[in-house]
Design a protein around this ligand. Structure first.
Ligand code: PLP
Length: 361
């Protein structure tokens, strides 16, 4: 039976899907978890009780508002979405990437992004039957503009994704380079501002000034990774089409109510982001002071660093043995050879990480 099942799987499932590895999430039980860009802070108890009260008003027996009208209005204000621009919500930005690509996936259509970058762009391009073209970043992690220009001319991408700031390198690309990409490409440019709370820069105010610019945000990096809520903003004609592809009830009642509640407490979210930004600078200084480590400045809530002795796998294992889980990027190779990525946690977590790292080097 198993054999005949395997034969049928091989005959029916698209070869490019069979060739993929499922997105791997390591087990963090018992470890200090600094691998996934999560916010380490939760809400104060009185606020949690207020949130439970809000959830009790929710009618679980009813379908959610398919347009999430109230939540969208709150997001408009909270995110500073320019007047006249539309927004579509997704089950995380991951779903928004999927929605965009499903809408444009003609046979042969290309998705382009500078690499290394967020892996979901390439994975979802593959899911939707599109071709992914990665353009290597310059050695200083800036956009390699001659290479970008050539790739745009040659591949005429339907969509270009630019993570702003970029994951896993942590830097912001130069604004003038991004504007040139937007002006040079015949396709869509999606600015993925997942780390906006830590970056201090945005293209949100540029929406409507270019006919092919969209901006994506998420609540994941601001303490709500478990909620799954992403926001895509841009001109109405684009978003009307994407809205047709979106499954009608993709944002559940609990997510809508919880996100509305969270957005009524923006000051707390900003306070937590401020703590993380301050800790990021402290951890960066500490990493930079280590002899065998090269750390890159970050505009996100994580720091990329290289183990200069060239044994990042061993250092990563040493950290795990000492109870700290970060992300090992060494197997990606190229510019990420011997690189590790640590998410900024609480001061105590960061101290544990720094101590474990020194012991592991
Ligand atoms: C973490 C991250 C996201 C977040 O995805 P969600 O599905 O909203 O959790 C999106 N883009 C980039 C570049 C990221 O690093």
């Amino acid at each position: 039976m198993v054999d005949t099942i395997r034969k049928k799987v091989e005959a029916l499932v698209r070869p490019e899907i069979q060739a993929l590895k499922a997105y791997h999430v390591p087990d963090a039980t018992g470890l200090i978890k600094l691998d996934a860009m999560e916010n380490p802070y939760s809400w104060p108890e009185p606020m949690k009780r207020e949130w439970f009260d809000a959830l009790q008003q929710v009618a679980l027996n009813r379908y959610p508002d398919p347009e999430a009208r109230r939540l969208r209005e709150r997001l408009r204000a909270a995110l500073g979405i320019p007047l006249g621009m539309e927004l579509v919500l997704g089950n995380g930005s991951d779903e928004l990437i999927q929605i965009i690509l499903m809408a444009v996936a003609r046979p042969g259509a290309v998705v382009l992004a500078p690499t290394p970058t967020f892996v979901m762009y390439e994975m979802i391009a593959t899911f939707t039957g599109m071709k992914f073209v990665g353009v290597p970043l310059a050695p200083d992690f800036s956009l390699d503009m001659p290479a970008m220009r050539k790739a745009i001319e040659r591949h005429q991408p339907a969509v270009i994704f630019l993570a702003y700031p970029n994951n896993p390198t942590g830097n912001l690309f130069a604004r003038e380079d991004i504007v040139r990409v937007i002006e040079r490409t015949p396709g869509l440019v999606v600015l993925d501002e997942a780390y906006h709370a830590f970056a201090g820069q945005s293209f949100m105010d540029q929406l409507g000034k270019h006919d092919n610019l969209l901006v994506m945000r998420t609540l994941s990096k601001q303490g709500l990774a478990g909620l799954r809520l992403g926001v895509l903003a841009g001109p109405r004609p684009w978003l009307e089409e994407f809205n047709k592809v979106r499954l009608p009830y993709n944002i559940g009642v609990l997510t809508q109510a919880s996100a509305e509640f969270a957005l009524a407490h923006l000051a707390l979210m900003e306070e937590q982001a401020g703590l993380i930004r301050a800790e990021r600078e402290r951890v960066f200084e500490s990493l930079s002071a280590l002899k065998d480590v090269r750390a890159w400045p970050s505009r996100t809530n994580f720091i990329l660093f290289r183990v200069e002795k060239g044994d990042a796998d061993r250092v990563f294992e040493g950290l795990c043995q000492r109870g700290v889980l970060i992300k090992n990027l060494n197997s990606a190779g190229g510019v990420l050879g011997n690189c590790l990525r640590v998410t900024v946690g609480t001061p105590e977590e960061n101290n544990s990480f720094l101590k474990a790292l020194e012991a592991s080097l």
